[in-house]
Structure formats: C-alpha cells, structure tokens
Design a protein around this ligand. Structure first.
Ligand SMILES: [Zn+2]
Length: 129
C-alpha cells in the first residue's frame, strides 16, 4: 500500500494518495482530491517517506527507519503507516484508522479492499472528493 504525495498544479495544494500497489500507481493517473485536477507533480519518488522540506521528517529519510517494515506483514505495515501519519501531522480520517485497525487485526489489504468498496484506490486526503 504505497503512499505518494503530490503537489496539485491547479489549486496548489498538497495531496496525499494511497495506492493498493506500486503497479497501480504506474497505471493510474493521480487526481487532486480537492479540485479534481489531473496536473499533479509527484513530490517523492517512492513511498511518502521523507524528502519533505519539513525537518521533522528528516529521521524518516534515514533508510534504516524502513528496516522494520515488512510489506508482506499487515501488522508491520499498519504500524509503519500510523507512524508516518503521525510524523506528517496529518489526520488521514476514519477510513485510514479503520484500515489500520483491520491490518493490525491480521486482515490482508485485499480483504479490506473487498469489504470497503468505497475506498477505491485512494483515500486519506483531507477535504471532499
Ligand atoms: Zn487541486
């Protein structure tokens, strides 16, 4: 479940998008969840770790902070994503919390996807869709 951050070139806001897989990122055009614009610039090349101008993210830029992340372990993913959310200081909304709870209870991302059809390929950006 990769996280990418984008800058919308139409409304200038920062947009955080969640994807089911890296291949989906390549296949799908990101869309601004604030204005619907499709002219987005990806702020980071892979998983939304680090490379923000905000210094409090510096420690996350250290590759060793990813050492504990096992993408095949939903609990590990959930732990890591919660940490990311906290470090970014963003409230990713109730859906995010529910997904994290389910991951921590051992459900696979695929199962969660199936039982929460509203999720689509993205969730988490503030504001309306
Ligand atoms: Zn926009």
């Amino acid at each position: 479940m990769p996280i990418y951050e984008y800058r919308c070139n139409e409304c200038g806001r920062r947009v955080t998008l969640f994807w089911r897989s890296f291949s989906e990122v390549e296949k799908t055009s990101p869309r601004c969840s604030f204005c619907g614009g499709e002219d987005l610039t990806r702020l980071v090349s892979r998983v939304a770790v680090a490379r923000s101008e905000e210094s409090r993210l510096d420690d996350l830029a250290d590759p060793s902070s990813l050492a504990g992340l096992d993408e095949d372990d939903p609990k590990s993913m959930a732990r890591w994503m919660r940490k990311m959310s906290r470090e970014m200081g963003e409230d990713l909304g109730p859906e995010f919390d529910e997904v994290m709870d389910r991951l921590e209870s051992g459900q696979s991302p695929e199962d969660i996807e199936e039982s929460m059809p509203d999720l689509g390929g993205e969730l988490g950006a503030e504001g309306e869709f």
